[in-house]
Design a protein around this ligand. Structure first.
Ligand code: CP
Ligand code: NVA
Length: 333
């Protein structure tokens, strides 16, 4: 029987207003807890004592069921749960019986009997679907082969926080406690059609942003992703081609990800050849909006973006990484 528990496999599972509500909540949590981290708030030396948000997770436990490596997602989840008065219980694939001595069905039931939520990073997307099918508590996707929803929440929070850099008129009537508005942007993605891009495809067009994607044709998103894109009527807001220079034309934001996702290490040489010419550089982006900004989920390899862009003034990659925390905290609440 289909589960009635509210799981989150992709941002395609949330409506546009629900996504904005999570972003607003994340912004509020950040503003109340560490306001000096917001770009709009001047750094105030001596006032950097962290304030506690509501202890809404006390005395709850969220199981972090991770079968792949993670720095940002894991640290964001563990620090968020603690700040909310709850606990994140890290369960790596070497630690538990799942996949060796026990099925996803039994594991989901047992963990759900003791924990109030599951944040799962898996290999094939079917693994998290199986967990969700049998879990009595909500399962949130911390990355699967198909989707990476919490990454796109962090990317969007970062763009909203930096909205003044895209020429967004500030609404003087709007409370500074609210998430800054973002004008409709042109967002270019240059690289592999993988989990990060897939969640962009089902999200950005619904929030009014145009997507321009360049990816080698053999790496085009799978049918399962296109079905969701069409179901959510996002296809009208997407341009897709193979020429990275064409993709970045007029872009306000340029995004890339690794060309070799976790689990694809054996394809490294083939992929490095296929993505020749896709490295994000100033020269590649000569036709972008002159004030274009750069996003990358990290971890990053220099072949997909050079140091000048990655560490330069256009790059928002470290605020983007920091925002994994506030957006994951908002989802947990
Ligand atoms: N961006 C991201 O998901 O990073 P980690 O793999 O380090 O969690
Ligand atoms: N596409 C990458 C994202 C890492 C955060 C991967 O799946 O490895």
């Amino acid at each position: 029987m289909a589960s009635k528990v509210p799981h989150l496999m992709t941002l395609g599972d949330l409506s546009a207003p629900e996504i904005l509500r999570v972003l607003n909540h994340a912004y509020g949590l950040k503003r109340r807890t560490q306001p000096w981290l917001l770009p709009s708030v001047p750094s105030q030396a001596g006032k950097k004592s962290m304030r506690l948000p509501s202890q809404s997770l006390f005395p709850k436990t969220i199981a972090l069921l991770f079968s792949k490596r993670s720095t940002r997602t894991r640290v964001a989840a563990e620090t968020s749960a603690e700040l909310l008065g709850g606990r994140a219980l890290f369960l790596g694939s070497e630690d538990i019986q799942l996949g060796v001595n026990e099925s996803p069905r039994d594991t989901a039931r047992v963990i759900g009997g003791m924990c109030q939520g599951v944040f799962a990073r898996v290999g094939d997307h079917s693994e998290i679907e199986e967990l969700a099918k049998y879990s009595p508590v909500p399962v949130l996707n911390a990355l699967s082969s198909l989707w990476h929803p919490t990454q796109i929440l962090a990317d969007l929070l970062t763009l909203h926080e930096h909205s003044d850099q895209f020429g967004t008129a500030k609404d003087p009537r709007k409370s500074p406690a609210r998430l800054p508005d973002l004008k409709p942007l042109t967002v270019a993605y240059v690289g592999d059609s993988a989990n990060v891009l897939h969640d962009m495809l089902v999200t950005y067009p619904r929030l009014g942003h145009q997507l321009r994607v360049a990816s080698p044709k053999q790496y085009r998103a799978p049918t399962e992703v296109w079905d969701r894109v069409k179901e959510l009527e996002c296809d009208k807001g997407i341009w897709w081609g193979e020429d990275p220079k064409e993709a970045v034309r007029g872009a306000d934001v340029v995004v890339t990800d690794t060309w070799i996702s976790m689990g694809q290490e054996a394809e490294k040489e083939e992929r490095l050849r296929a993505f020749e010419g896709y490295q994000v550089t100033e020269a590649l982006c000569a036709n972008a909006n002159p004030s274009w900004k750069f996003l990358h989920c990290l971890p990053r390899k220099p072949h997909e973006v050079d140091d000048d862009v990655f560490y330069g003034s256009r790059s928002l990659v470290f605020p983007e990484a920091d925002n994994r925390k506030w957006t994951i905290m908002a989802l947990f609440e």
